[in-house]
Design a binder for this molecule. Structure first.
Ligand code: ATP
Length: 229
């Protein structure tokens, strides 16, 4: 996928604040790409634009050959549903349905039979080591378990682009590694991309590429992370 000349402004009272300044970025399929940077540097804003949920003020984003902000609203919703999985810091689970049904949402939205979708979602929960929580409601789960349900939901329909905001932050070291292994196994392939926003230095060694964002600009692009991050 590629982003060209991305800028984003937010209104704050009378003022307009520019939080991204003309970002150009190509994300290569088959690579685990990390985005790191201080709080407020614009990471969440950038990945939200890259995965089709926040319009840039300027610039364009192409995902697997489609200019996503050139689509109609309906076509963009459909494109996201087919091609993109996201895991945000707020898990946004549906409170009234159990973990397996939450994880099955993208498949059901794509029209899959409910029972089949639940079975596939249960497999994903199993891979994340929470198969025994499948029948629980979100408020019966710990924060880390809810996060794993959100991860299962992001991966269950095998999207070609997966975007994650702090996927391991709420997890202990072992669970964090398991999530990263799963992201690598399920989400990454020759024709698939994964972008991860993280502060978690326990997983820096797993990245193929690390980008640093500072004040809305990319200031580092390499295989390692600079010492001060
Ligand atoms: N909807 C909004 N309205 C106004 N300002 C916003 C909005 N969303 C983000 N911002 C501002 O844009 C800047 C970048 O925010 P963003 O959440 O992208 O940073 P971040 O690097 O992801 O931070 P963190 O690591 O704390 O999540 C911040 O100054 C934030 O206050």
């Amino acid at each position: 996928m590629s982003a060209r000349n991305i800028s984003r402004d937010f209104e704050a009272g009378q003022e307009t604040i520019r939080v991204l300044h003309g970002i150009d970025l190509d994300v290569c399929p088959g690579e685990l790409t990390y985005l790191v940077g201080e709080s407020g540097s614009g990471k969440t804003t950038l990945i939200s634009i890259m995965c089709g949920i926040l319009w840039p003020t300027e610039g364009s984003v192409e995902v697997f050959g489609t200019d996503i902000y050139g689509l109609t609203d309906d076509d963009l919703v459909d494109f996201r549903l087919q091609n993109i999985g996201f895991i945000f810091q707020q898990y946004n689970l549906i409170p009234a349905i159990d973990a397996a049904s939450n994880a099955a949402v993208p498949l059901i939205a794509q029209g899959m039979d409910r029972r089949k979708a639940r079975a596939k979602a249960a497999e994903m929960l199993d891979a994340l080591n929470i198969a025994d929580q499948a029948d629980k409601l979100p408020n019966q789960l710990s924060g880390g378990q809810q996060q794993r349900v959100a991860i299962a939901r992001a991966l269950v329909h095998e999207p070609r682009l997966v975007v994650c905001d702090e996927p391991t932050a709420a997890l202990d070291a072992k669970s964090g590694r398991r999530v990263m292994d799963l992201l690598r196994d399920v989400a990454l392939a020759e024709d698939r991309s994964v972008i991860i926003v993280t502060h978690d230095n326990r997983i820096f060694d797993l990245a193929d590429r690390i980008l640093v964002l500072e004040d809305g600009r990319i200031t580092h692009d390499g295989t390692d992370v600079p010492d001060d991050h």
